[in-house]
Design a protein. Sequence first.
Length: 289
Amino acid sequence: MITPAAITRRSRSNFYYAFLALPRARREALYAVYAFCRTVDDIADLETDGPEARRRRLAEWRDDVARCYERGAEPQHPIARRLAAAVRAYPIPRAALEAIIEGVEMDLDGATFATAEDLYPYCYRVASAVGLCCIEIFGYTDPRTRDYAVNLGLALQLTNIIRDVGADARAGRVYLPQDDLRAFGVAADDLRAGRVTDAYRKLMSHQAERARGFYRAAWDAFPDVDARSLVAAEIMGHIYRALLDEVESRGFAVFGERVSLTARRKVGIALRCWAAARFNRPSLVRRAA
């Protein structure tokens, strides 16, 4: 079976570059969490069976998550067994893992969102909940870290929505709030067709500013006392913030090849974040972002 580390590496995820900064035990636990997230997400995104069959598989994952927390129980899925080891080693909250499955299940319905406030619970489930798992593995002392994780998760997911707006629309998913689409005069068909108009750019600039608001909220809550423990989270945040800037610099033309940062640029961001944490100067990286 492919290992959680290999799943993370092969996905070309930005998580992989963030996790490299961690000691091996914590890194392996995070690979297990990421592999869990990737596997349940693929049930919604890649499997071709009908919705009910996919719901059954998500229900099986709920059962496996429960087994991770039950004394003497052994999860059935090999990745769940790795996740169980991580749960035994770190206080990963069961509610967060269950929230991730709930978020994936929302995608089975092709959910649309009337307002930004309606969108945020989805973003919490598929992103902030992941952050709440990760910070328990990173380790922290300041309770503000939970606010940091929640806001950073919202920022990352909104960035993903902006970057993937075309591909998502073609797959029948429009995550942008419906009231924003109406306000800027953009239709779902425009997104599916990849029409880059002035109205579309204004719409996406509005989404980008909303995402930046959550980056600011995350960094306002960042506990400097835990900077060394949270360096992987900071790497993730700065990579995604740079990705948002890159998408905006292209006029939000995201309907062709998927926009990404080069490996060199990601490594550079990772090194700057690591150095800032190592020398207790995280605010320097934040101001440069």
